[in-house]
Design a protein around this ligand. Structure first.
Ligand SMILES: Nc1nc2c(c(=O)[nH]1)N[C@@H](CNc1ccc(C(=O)N[C@@H](CCC(=O)N[C@@H](CCC(=O)N[C@@H](CCC(=O)O)C(=O)O)C(=O)O)C(=O)O)cc1)CN2
Ligand code: MET
Ligand SMILES: [Zn+2]
Length: 748
């Protein structure tokens, strides 16, 4: 039998100690020169290649590395550079980072979620650009790595690239402009000896692929005519491609599929797989951190070899490994038995290598041993996995009734001013938390520090004229990790960093056992904050769907069941806050939309349990306890009914980027509850002027009456500096004051 190969699609760039982040941020702070920056990045890049050669991977991706984001790299390379960011030299790093982060005079490119992940990419803009190939990044990286490996260049394919970009006239027209550039890029790779190119087309898992197939076919036929020896492997992930049969007719050399999600195996069994193409089998889950199941994985490899019979078989992770941390080495503080059941990027690659060599008996035995790792976890797992036990929850009073009661209770001005929760996590805040963790600061000292910061910011909020205050979240490292640390059933890592956007990372907690509430998490600090002011202070929680989506879940319970357990724990926290006299409680759900299945056919089932989990946290509060929720960087139009069914009294959303356009969606769907307008784009260091925000508010007021709106930033302010936050909040308040003067409360 032919040798099975091991392969990888992409390596985590952040690094175990976030080396990549540090290099990037020190360049932004001008602590290192451009040439030193590029040199250090090259070192990290080559280091990643070497780690993969050391692991014994046969097909090593090159070109997956980036200085910020892989979509941005493609746009930059193809000269899709918005006018406002253009500099004399389009290949300059300044131009690149201006697109990524904005500059004094230019707003950054929009940032949005990469499929159903917590990774955010920058949206390429077509307007006013003349596409050309500025340089060839995959080729540069291929050549640079050659000393260590004959790499497999990775690019984002034309269909996915166009579909995820904006401002293009039509798919055909955009393809016409881009395809010659793709051809040029691939030809150059071929000329320099590259044998295989991995062309990512994750958008092939969307239902629209079938409709677009004629264009897709012409794209790939065109490319096929432009290369000769270079083999193109189209890579899909995160779901299965429904248009499987059509896609299999494309003139390419191989296909990569995700066998951990969707039903690609069934499609293959039904329709077969072309015997002249190679198959990159994504058997190892690239989205979760559990060790692969030995017996199951072996069975699949054997099946693919015997029954499917591609001309060549590769074993690889289901997607790029940027969605998991680099290695579990050094995680010495995990609950007993957990370490053994884990597998991060490095360990996953070792699994691929072993599976590829499983013809060897010794390797086979080692694979079978993987199953034992899970045995140790059973001691933490007593709760039943019964989804039919999940109850359905609903508030006693309808919103119209609650609204009346709440209006009387709170007596807020028109367009109440508030914020989303977090205030700047300054160097000092992080330093004190690190000192506390390292045992250099006692719990008492640390708590006192957090209270001092909280008090200072209550003062700042009062000074700015805000109507509903927050405590500022100074005690939290992250909105999900913090709750994970304080609930039963979660483990957290020391170095388990995963990139979320740009240089920002998260350490998703690991749900390994039964979820439980140990006692109040947030009420003490909430009561303390409330004691400092006469204005209402919002209690601040992360919702069940977001905690689930931004954690690594155990894989023996359904998402529905897991969300219901988290919700049950959060309900106790909500009631605790209510008991402590907190009258407004915000339950954040920024990942609510992210969890929406990629396939329309699966969406209704998701929204049903997700809405129910959210409602389970607040269904039995008093009518005069106001429930807020917050969502950001999401396209809501597909799930307005679900958002309404969540039944929060106020939802705050981002409105600044689209200049208020998304409010029309709320009107279209007759959304009848209150909406917090996120008028300040917090992801950019730019300070928006009052007039700018007034314009957004005025725009929204042409759609719905003023009595329906609150005013707030579009997300938390933790990534901003104090100076930026204070000035922007003051401008935001000024905008609201000006508008209040022009409007009166409409009588209903
Ligand atoms: N989980 C999650 N996903 C999310 C969001 C979010 O807030 N959370 N927001 C949206 C955007 N994504 C974001 C993701 C991360 C961050 C972010 O700020 N991350 C921080 C890390 C946050 C953290 O865990 N901080 C720890 C560790 C901080 C740290 O770096 N400490 C230093 C020491 C401190 C010092 O002396 O400077 C160290 O360990 O070396 C803490 O505060 O305790 C970063 O990358 O810089 C922001 C937005 C969508 N997805
Ligand atoms: C990503 S949503 C963030 C919500 C959270 N309350 C914060 O203000 O940071
Ligand atoms: Zn947010």
């Amino acid at each position: 039998m032919k040798k099975v190969k091991s392969s990888n699609q992409g390596y985590p760039r952040l690094g175990q100690n976030r080396e990549w982040k540090r290099v990037l941020e020190s360049y932004w702070k001008k602590e290192i020169s451009e040439s030193l920056f590029l040199e250090k990045m090259k070192e990290l890049r080559i280091g990643n290649v070497r780690k993969q050669t050391d692991a014994g991977i046969d097909l090593i991706p090159v070109g997956d590395f980036t200085l910020y984001d892989q979509m941005l790299d493609m746009a930059w390379m193809f000269n899709l550079i918005p006018e406002r960011h253009r500099t004399e030299n389009p290949a300059s790093i300044d131009c690149y980072f201006s697109m990524a982060r904005g500059s004094k005079s230019a707003t950054a490119c929009a940032m949005t979620k990469w499929f159903d992940t917590n990774y955010h990419y920058l949206v390429p803009e077509w307007e006013g650009s003349e596409p050309k190939l500025n340089f060839n990044k995959p080729l540069d990286h291929y050549l640079e790595a050659k000393e260590w490996a004959d790499g497999k260049p990775v690019i984002i394919g034309p269909y996915t690239f166009i579909r995820l970009s904006k401002g293009y006239e039509s798919l055909e027209k955009a393809a016409e402009k881009l395809l010659p550039l793709y051809a040029q890029l691939l030809q150059q790779l071929e000329e320099h000896g590259a044998q295989i190119a991995q062309v990512d087309e994750p958008a092939f898992v969307y239902e629209e692929t079938s409709e677009d197939f004629p264009i897709i076919q012409s794209m790939y036929s065109y490319l096929d005519g432009k290369v000769s020896s270079l083999k193109i492997c189209i890579q899909t992930y995160f779901e299965s491609p429904d248009a499987y049969q059509q896609l299999m007719t494309l003139p390419v050399s191989g296909w990569g599929f995700d066998f951990t999600r969707g039903n690609t195996i069934d499609l293959m069994k039904k329709h077969g797989f072309p015997a002249d193409k190679f198959l990159a089998a994504g058997i190892i889950d690239g989205r979760n951190i559990w060790r692969a199941k030995g017996t199951e994985s072996l069975k699949l490899v054997e099946f693919l070899q015997k029954k499917i019979k591609p001309c060549e078989l590769w074993i690889q992770p289901s997607c790029s490994l940027i969605h998991v941390p680099e290695t579990k080495e050094g995680e010495v503080s995990l609950p007993a038995g957990v370490y053994n059941s884990l597998s991060f990027a490095k360990e996953k690659l070792a699994e691929c290598v072993l599976l590829a060599g499983s013809i060897d008996l010794e390797a086979k035995n080692r694979i079978l041993e993987w199953d034992q790792a899970y045995q140790e976890l059973t001691k933490y797992r007593k709760s039943e996995n019964l989804s039919d036990k999940v109850q359905s929850f609903k508030r006693k009073q309808a919103f119209s009734e609650r609204e009346e009661i709440q209006r009387k209770a709170f007596q807020l001005p028109l367009l109440p001013l508030t914020t989303i929760g977090s205030f700047p996590q300054t160097k000092e805040v992080r330093k004190q938390r690190k000192r506390f963790r390292d045992g250099l600061l006692s719990k008492q000292e640390y708590d006192a520090f957090v209270k001092r910061e909280t008090k200072r910011w209550i003062g700042i909020q009062e000074e700015a004229g805000l109507d509903v205050l927050v405590h500022g979240e100074f005690e939290r490292n992250d909105m999900v990790e913090y709750f994970g640390e304080n609930l039963d059933g979660f483990a957290f890592t020391k170095h388990g960093w995963v990139q979320s956007y740009g240089s920002r990372g998260v350490k998703p907690p690991i749900i390994f056992g039964d979820i439980g509430w140990r006692g109040s998490i947030t009420s003490e600090l909430a009561s303390y904050s409330q004691s400092l002011t006469d204005k209402p202070v919002k209690g601040m929680l992360t919702g069940p769907v977001t905690i689930l989506n931004w954690s690594f879940p155990r894989d023996d319970q359904s998402s529905e069941v897991l969300a219901s357990f988290i919700a049950a724990a959060l309900r106790k926290e909500v009631l605790e806050l209510e008991k402590a006299g907190i009258r407004m409680i915000q339950i954040d759900e920024p990942a609510f939309r992210e969890g929406l299945p990629l396939k329309k056919s699966k969406q209704a089932a998701y929204t049903e349990w997700a809405v129910n989990a959210f409602r389970a946290t607040h269904w039995d509060v008093q009518a005069d306890t106001q429930i807020h929720t917050h969502m950001c960087y999401s396209e809501f139009s597909e799930m307005m009914d679900a958002i309404s069914d969540m039944d929060a009294d106020v939802i705050s959303i981002e409105t600044s980027r689209g200049g208020g356009e998304n409010i029309s969606t709320f009107k279209e769907f007759s959304y009848d509850k209150m909406i917090g307008l996120g008028v300040y784009d917090i992801h950019s260091p730019r300070i928006p002027a009052a007039a700018e925000m007034e314009k957004v508010i005025e725009q929204c007021l042409t759609v719905l009456p003023a009595g329906r709106f609150w005013i707030n930033p579009d997300c938390g302010l933790k990534t901003r500096s104090e100076e930026e936050a204070i000035q922007s909040l003051s401008n935001m308040a000024e905008a609201a004051f000006n508008i209040r003067d022009k409007h009166t409360i409409p009588t209903v």
